[in-house]
Design a protein around this ligand. Structure first.
Ligand SMILES: Cc1ncc(COP(=O)(O)O)c(C=O)c1O
Length: 405
C-alpha cells in the first residue's frame, strides 16, 4: 500500500502545479458557456429586464421542467445542494434523538444537515465497488430510533436503490437521495433522485448542471412534503399568507409556520439552469463517452496497478468524475500533475476521521471499505468539453506511469 494515512501532504506540491499549469483541467466553464452564449445572454437579459430576482416565472418554469425531466410530481428550487438536504430532512419533522443513517464517504453537505436538523448521525460503511451506502451494512444498522436514510450517489454513480428501498420499506423509513453529483444518472432506467421519498440536487457552478452561483433542488412525489420544503425554504412562512403578500393583497399579514430558512432559488439561476437543462442529456452522453474511452485505454492494466470502476447492468452513471483506484495513487497523481493533468482526491479524508466529527468517537478501522477506497481513489476529468485526444492523453499518461516506472 502506498500510503497509510489520509493526509494530502504527499500531494500538496501537486496542488500548486495544478492551479498554475493545467493543460487538461477538471472544469472548462468558459468553453461550455461560449457554446450556448446567445441563449444564456437572452436568459440573463430577460431577468434583468423584468427586475424580478426572487422566485418568479423563471423559478416556476424551471421547477416544472426539472420535475418533468425527473418524472416526479413536484420540484422545489432551493439555494444550494446543502440546503436541499437540510430542507428535505426538516420536511420529515425529525425530533431530537432520531437517528439518520448515512455513510462517512460523502461531502459534509450530506452529513452536516442531519445534525443541523436536530437528529443523530449514524454512519455505515460503503460498498467497495459503488462507493455508496452498502445495503447489507444498512440492514444491520437500523434501530428502533432510525427515522430516515440519506443515500448519496457518489461521483455520479447510482447507489443500489432497490435493496435500499426494500430495507427502508420493511422498517417504514423514508429515503432521501442526495443526487448532488448525479443529475442525469439512472438506476434501472429511472433517474436517480426520483426513487426515494425526496431527492436532492446541487447546481453549483462546477456540477454536471451548474448555475452562475449556488443553487439546488428538492424533488418528491408527495404534495405535503413539497409544501413543507417550500415552507421551510421561505423563512417558514405560512404559504397562503406568503402568496397573499406577494399578490399585494390589502391587509395581508406575515404569518409563520416555523422558524425557517431563507433558502429559495433565485430567478437568475433558474433562467440559466433552464437553458442548460436542454443540454444536460448531451453533456451526460459525452461524459459517458469519455468514461468509455478511459475504460478502453486502461483495460489491460493489471489490477495490482489500478482498478477501473465496476459496471453493473442496472446503473447508468453520470460520471461527475471517473474514479479509479490504485495502491500507487499518490505517485500517479504527481505524475499526472507534472503532465498538466487534473486529478482529484474528492471526499478524502472520509468524514469519520475529520476532527469536526471527533465527538462521534470514531476511529481508524471503523469503516474499512471507506478507508481503503479513500487511500486508493483518484478522480479523473470527464467534462464534456474534453476532446477525444485529451482523454487519450490522460489515459496514455496513466499507462506510461504504470508500465514504465
Ligand atoms: C454529495 C454532495 N451532497 C451535497 C453537496 C452540496 O452541494 P452545494 O455545494 O450546492 O451545497 C455536495 C457538493 O459538492 C455533494 O458532493
Amino acid at each position: 500500500m502506498a500510503s497509510t494515512n489520509f493526509s494530502t501532504r504527499a500531494t500538496s506540491g501537486v496542488k500548486t502545479m495544478l492551479t498554475q499549469n493545467l493543460i487538461i483541467p477538471g472544469a472548462r466553464l468558459p468553453q461550455q458557456h461560449a457554446a450556448i452564449q446567445t441563449e444564456l445572454d437572452q436568459a440573463v437579459a430577460g431577468v434583468i429586464r423584468r427586475a424580478v430576482f426572487t422566485p418568479g416565472q423563471e423559478v416556476e418554469a424551471f421547477e416544472a421542467e426539472f420535475a418533468a425531466y425527473m418524472g416526479v410530481k413536484y420540484a422545489v428550487g432551493v439555494s444550494s445542494g446543502s440546503a436541499a438536504v437540510l430542507l428535505a430532512l426538516k420536511a420529515l419533522n425529525l425530533q431530537p434523538g432520531d437517528e439518520v443513517i448515512s455513510t462517512p464517504q460523502v461531502d459534509i453537505s450530506a452529513s452536516a444537515p442531519v445534525t443541523q436538523a436536530g437528529a443523530q448521525l449514524v454512519w455505515v460503511d460503503i460498498h467497495p465497488h459503488s462507493y455508496n451506502l452498502d445495503p447489507e451494512q444498512l440492514a444491520a444498522a437500523v434501530t428502533s430510533r432510525t427515522r430516515a436514510i440519506v443515500v448519496a450517489h457518489m461521483y455520479g454513480n447510482p447507489a443500489e436503490m432497490q435493496p435500499i428501498l426494500g430495507i427502508a420499506a420493511r422498517h417504514n423509513l423514508p429515503v432521501i437521495e442526495d443526487a448532488a453529483l448525479a443529475v442525469g444518472a439512472t438506476y434501472r432506467g429511472q433517474p436517480v433522485g426520483s426513487w426515494g421519498m425526496l431527492g436532492c440536487f446541487s447546481f453549483s457552478p462546477g456540477k454536471i448542471l451548474g448555475a452562475f452561483g449556488k443553487a439546488g433542488m428538492v424533488v418528491t412525489h408527495d404534495a405535503a412534503l413539497a409544501q413543507q420544503v417550500r415552507m421551510w425554504s421561505s423563512y417558514g412562512f405560512d404559504l397562503a399568507s406568503l402568496k397573499a403578500i406577494e399578490r399585494g393583497e390589502i391587509g395581508a399579514q406575515f404569518e409563520y409556520e416555523a422558524e425557517g430558512f431563507n433558502a429559495r432559488l433565485d430567478e437568475l439561476h433558474a433562467a440559466v439552469l433552464r437553458v442548460k437543462l436542454r443540454y444536460l442529456d448531451e453533456w451526460v452522453r459525452r461524459r459517458r463517452e469519455n468514461a468509455g474511452l478511459y475504460r478502453e485505454i486502461l483495460a489491460d492494466l493489471e489490477p495490482e496497478h489500478m482498478l477501473l470502476p465496476q459496471d453493473t447492468p442496472e446503473t447508468e452513471p453520470a460520471f461527475r468524475v471517473f474514479v479509479i483506484r490504485s495502491p500507487r495513487r499518490d505517485g500517479l497523481m504527481r505524475h499526472l500533475a507534472k503532465s498538466g493533468i487534473w486529478s482529484g482526491l474528492n471526499y478524502v479524508p472520509p468524514l469519520h476521521l475529520q476532527p469536526v466529527y471527533g465527538y462521534l468517537g470514531c476511529r481508524l478501522g471503523d469503516f474499512p471499505q471507506t478507508e481503503q477506497v479513500a487511500r486508493e481513489l483518484l478522480c479523473l476529468p470527464t467534462i464534456p468539453e474534453l476532446a477525444r485526444q485529451e482523454v487519450e492523453k490522460v489515459g496514455e499518461t496513466i499507462r506510461e506511469y504504470f508500465l514504465r516506472s
